[in-house]
Design a protein around this ligand. Structure first.
Ligand code: NAD
Length: 350
């Protein structure tokens, strides 16, 4: 029986994760669930944001359903004790190198995007972002120039194995969708990007059914605003993906609608599934949080870690059904509570 580790975390994390778990349970699948504290909750319970027991549970589980971490009470702690350190620890320990962020718009929510409805209608993009390499993980530091000026530096690099494994995730994702893969880099300026492009081109022969294009990151940023529906799957490095995936999330309206998956391989993966939003301390405990992103993260869990596409689609259709029935939390301009939205999703599922 697949084991799901439920790490709900802080703020609205427990509120939205509870709704996602209710939906998974309602599917009638043979799943077991085990909860453990993480983030501020982990620190309160054990003095560490990622308690060893929580990490052990994540490692022996088939998938991690994650809420959010972050608690203003712990902002002054040293970095390794802050709630957010748990996320980096889990990514590193589980080897989660591929971050998958779909940005699609549900019919009827076009007005929630700051872009004009005709620009975002039918938006359906997946951004595949490399998560454990690039300039974020290279050597970094401070030094003095020969003129005695303070200088900061961060070393950007990718080796071909790192590029190949994330490119494979991009190609496989595209193969299952509209078969268009756009690789985003800055190969006109960066040697790291030129290697990236060479490796991605080298794999194209293995995927003749996928149309591969390349785009410079500055143009990609512009195209995401000008004509976002031209994209199907985007694959890119850690730095460019960080920025572009946040930008794409705005095309889709509320942050409360967007799920994500972090994987350690394309198949047979232990994945971590979480809404892209944080712990939202400003609305925590008030029943205002939109649980859709968490529920859609559960759908991604079914798809990627349990290979249950049919159940994943059932959940996604149930979210669409609840929205079509007029249910809206405050971030979508409505007044339904977190649990009312959850009830509506369960009703649509039935
Ligand atoms: P946030 O995503 O928590 O909130 C940003 C804004 O969006 C807030 O106004 C919030 O009320 C709203 N919002 C977020 N999720 C919502 C939902 N489901 N429904 C309705 N409204 C929602 O980002 P922030 O305020 O920058 O960060 C708050 C805390 O979360 C910080 O401690 C930060 O470090 C942490 N954080 C954690 C993660 C994570 O766990 N993956 C991600 C981002 C931020």
């Amino acid at each position: 029986m697949p084991l799901i580790a439920v790490l709900a975390g802080d703020g609205i994390g427990p509120e939205v994760t509870a709704e996602a778990r209710r939906v998974l349970e309602a599917l009638g699948l043979d799943l077991s669930f085990e909860e453990a504290p993480v983030g501020g909750a982990g620190y309160l319970a054990t003095g560490r944001p990622l308690p060893p027991e929580t990490l052990a549970l994540a490692k022996r589980s088939d998938a991690v359903l994650f809420g959010a971490v972050g608690d203003p009470r712990f902002e002054a702690l040293e970095r390794r004790l802050r709630p957010e350190a748990a996320l980096l620890g889990l990514r590193r320990e589980l080897g989660l190198f591929a971050n998958i962020r779909p940005a699609s718009i549900f019919p009827g929510l076009e007005d929630a995007s700051p872009l004009r409805p005709e620009i975002v209608r039918n938006l359906d993009i997946v951004i595949v972002r490399e998560l454990t390499g690039d300039v974020y993980f290279g050597e970094k530091g401070r030094r003095e120039t020969h003129e005695g000026l303070r200088q900061g530096y961060d070393w950007m690099s990718y080796d071909e194995r790192e590029v190949e494994r994330i490119a494979i995730v991009g190609f496989e994702m595209a193969k299952r969708r509209k078969r268009k893969l756009c690789s985003v880099d800055k190969a006109n300026v960066l040697e790291t990007s030129q290697l990236w492009r060479d490796v991605v081109n080298g794999l194209a022969g293995d995927y003749p059914e996928v149309e591969l294009t390349h785009m410079y990151v500055d143009n990609a940023a512009m195209q995401l605003v000008r004509n976002p529906t031209q994209f199907d799957v985007i694959v890119t490095g850690n730095l460019f993906g960080d920025i572009l995936s946040d930008q794409a999330s705005m095309c889709a309206g509320s942050i409360g609608m967007l799920p994500s998956a972090s994987l350690n391989a394309w198949t047979g993966t232990v994945g971590m599934y979480e809404p892209i939003h944080g712990s939202a301390p400003d609305i925590a405990g008030q029943g205002k949080a939109n649980p859709c992103a968490a529920v859609l993260s559960a759908a991604m869990l079914l798809r990627h870690s349990l290979s249950d596409e049919a159940s994943a689609q059932r959940v996604e259709k149930a979210v669409a059904g609840a929205l079509a029935a007029g249910f809206r939390t405050a971030d979508l301009g409505g007044s339904h509570t977190t649990s009312e939205m959850g009830d509506a999703i369960l009703k649509a599922l039935a």
